[in-house]
Design a binder for this molecule. Sequence first.
Ligand code: AMP
Ligand code: MG
Length: 345
Amino acid sequence: MTLISKIDENNINKEEIKKQAEILREGKTVIFPTETVYGLGANALDEEAVSKIYKAKGRPSDNPLIVHIYDKKQVNQLAENINEKAEIIMDKFWPGPITIILNKKDIVPMRTSGGLDTVAIRMPSNPVAKALLEEVKLPIAAPSANISGRPSPTKGIHVYHEMNNRVDGIIIGGDCTFGLESTVLDLTNDVPMILRPGSITKEDLENVIGHVNMDPALEKKEDNIKAKAPGMKYKHYSPNAEVFIVSGKTDDVANKINELVDNNSKEGLKTVVMCLEDNKNKYNCDTIVLGESLEEVAMNLFSSLISADEKEYDIVYSEEFPNKGIGRAIMNRLLKSAGYKIIKA
Ligand code: AMP
Ligand code: MG
C-alpha cells in the first residue's frame, strides 16, 4: 500500500509531511515534488533503502543517484575536497536546479554512488521538498520518479499513474516549475564540466566561475556510451509513441510535417505535432503546444510526451529548438526521446 498525501506548497500540511518523513526514516521510499521533476527518495546513507529505489524504477545499478539536502552543512558530511568554485556555485544557485559532483566520503554507500568515488548533491528549492528534507534530517537519494527509460514526471497525476503501489509514499504537490532535471556539474577537476545540461545554463555558470567545459560525449549519439554521467548513456525519456524531430525553417517544417501526416493517416497512424504556440495553426493535424518561450517548452516537454501516450498517438513530430542556453537542455532530452531521429525539412 502506498500512502498518498496531497500537499499544497503554499499551505504545507505539517502532519502529512511528518507521516511521509517517518516512512523515509524507516528505510522505505517516498516520492516528492521538486522544482525540476518529481523525485523517488530513500535514505541515501542506507544501502538497503537505496536498493528499493533501483527496484521501484527498474534502474541499472551502475547509474548513481543524486543526494538531496536542505542545509549546506550536510555537504561536509557527504563530501571532501570542496573547492572554491563549489562554494561559489552553492552560494549562488542553491537552493535550485543544479547538482554538483564532489569526491565522496566513506559514509556514502557505493550503492548510492553507483560504485563511483564521487557523489552528486543538490539542495532543492521546492517548498514541499524542503519541508520534507528538514523533517527527515537525513540526506535523501532521489532520482526522477519514473520507470527507467520513460519520460520523467512533472505533474502529480502522472507520477500517481506510473508509480502508485511501487513505492511506500507519494506526495502529490503542484506541477514542477522547471520541468527538466537539474544541471549536473562535475567539480572534482580544475575546470568544471557539465555532465548533463539543465535550466541553469553553461552561460549562467561561466558568469560566476569562468570557463566551464561540456562533456564532449553529450554532443553525439555514438559518443553517449562514453558519457561521464552514467545515466546519460541509457535509453531515456521514451514514450510509447515514436518521436521524430523535424528540423529546418519554420514554414518548411510545417510543409514537411503536413506531407508526412497525410501519409501517416493513409496508413492508419495517429499523429500529433509538438510546437510553439505561434506555429500551431500551420499544421493540418492535432497539436500539443509546448509554450511561447523556451522556459515554457522546458516546463511542458515531459508532460507533453506523457500526454501523447495517454491520447494514444502513434507518432509525435516535434519542432527543433535552438541549441543554446536552456535550449541545450531541451534538445538533449528531445534528441534522446526521439532516439536521435531527425527529419530534415
Ligand atoms: P536522475 O536522478 O534520474 O535525474 O539522474 C541523475 C543523473 O546524475 C544521472 O545522469 C547520473 O548518471 C548522474 N550522476 C549522479 N551521480 C553521479 C556521479 N557521482 N558522477 C557522475 N554522474 C552522476
Ligand atoms: Mg532520470
